[in-house]
Design a protein around this ligand. Sequence first.
Ligand SMILES: NC(=O)c1ccc[n+]([C@@H]2O[C@H](COP(=O)([O-])OP(=O)(O)OC[C@H]3O[C@@H](n4cnc5c(N)ncnc54)[C@H](O)[C@@H]3O)[C@@H](O)[C@H]2O)c1
Length: 349
Amino acid sequence: MTLPSRQALVPFVSVENMMRLVLHVGIEQMMVELTHAIEADFRRWPAFDKTPRVASHSDIGVIELMPTSDGQHYGFKYVNGHPGNMRQGLQAVTAFGVLADVATGYPLLLSEMTILTALRTAATSAMAAKWLAPRDARVMAMIGNGAQAEFQALAMKTVCGIEEVRLYDIDPAATRKCAANLAGRGLRVVSCDTAEQAVLGAQIITTCTADKQYATILTDNLVGGGVHINAVGGDCPGKTELHRDILLRAGIFVEYPPQTRIEGEIQALDPDHPVTELWQVIAGEAPGRTDAGQVTLFDSFGFAIEDFSALRHILKRLEGTEFFLELDMIADPDDPRDLFGMIIRSEGQ
Ligand SMILES: NC(=O)c1ccc[n+]([C@@H]2O[C@H](COP(=O)([O-])OP(=O)(O)OC[C@H]3O[C@@H](n4cnc5c(N)ncnc54)[C@H](O)[C@@H]3O)[C@@H](O)[C@H]2O)c1
């Protein structure tokens, strides 16, 4: 059997190895590192190729490709969103991704991204809150206590200093699961019976529910002044979480307007409703929160650059570890023009 060449081998991070890597680094430390990696890339936003993700919708979900490049590296993520999957014992969101070298086009990394998406989504929320939430925010409401929830709460604790998380889900079993997972992690955890109870005293409200419809997880009367909202779950045409009146009085911050206007909460608004791109706040080109009483909204859908940053960080973090396998993924004959000959010569070996 001929051994594959060095260039044929691509590091692959399986789910098992991603879990080992995350535990090795520490979940909270990993979220801090991802926040820094994403923030560094938001700061150089104009350097990236940007395009709305390529979505294939069905009645019950969506499958999407999310590509971007900074001219040196190219990355893409495959991701699905199927809110009904949970009822069949499946994840609503699963993902994997590739990072490649632009100079040769050869892949540098293939990775699971279901766990990595949860980590990078939480890191992105925390990064946005760091720039937009009131400075003294210590209490957070977490509405929707599914797969993403614990990541969101822990990132807010580690990056923004949140001390209390108030949980609410229409399914009390989800809240029980979330509270049990967060126990002993340095947060005061309060389980609530209604969204109204959850937002009491919260300066940060994160909505992270899954339902393919125009839902109203938060009504206008629930949102007081000086609050920062992270709307994570509205990320598809026809899938939103906030009442329109909240949007009309909030300072709205987004990742990439051409995609947010199709997929974010602001699909409910006029196409020219003013929004600020979050990268501009981070790069010092636009103001963030303008006064203590302002309601700020990070209308997040998850942009390709966040995945790109996460993949690059994982590649760096793999150095010197054993948390990957090498996949014989790229056909790489000694003579690049002799692809056919490589097959023939392998016969009987
Ligand atoms: N913005 C992003 O970058 C990003 C990234 C990942 C996931 N998401 C989105 O986040 C959402 C949550 O993902 P997940 O993996 O945690 O899903 P999940 O199915 O594991 O959890 C969703 C939870 O929401 C609860 N829920 C549904 N309707 C509700 C309501 N009206 N009030 C309160 N709770 C309600 C469900 O009971 C469930 O526990 C999905 O919509 C997903 O598409 C966004």
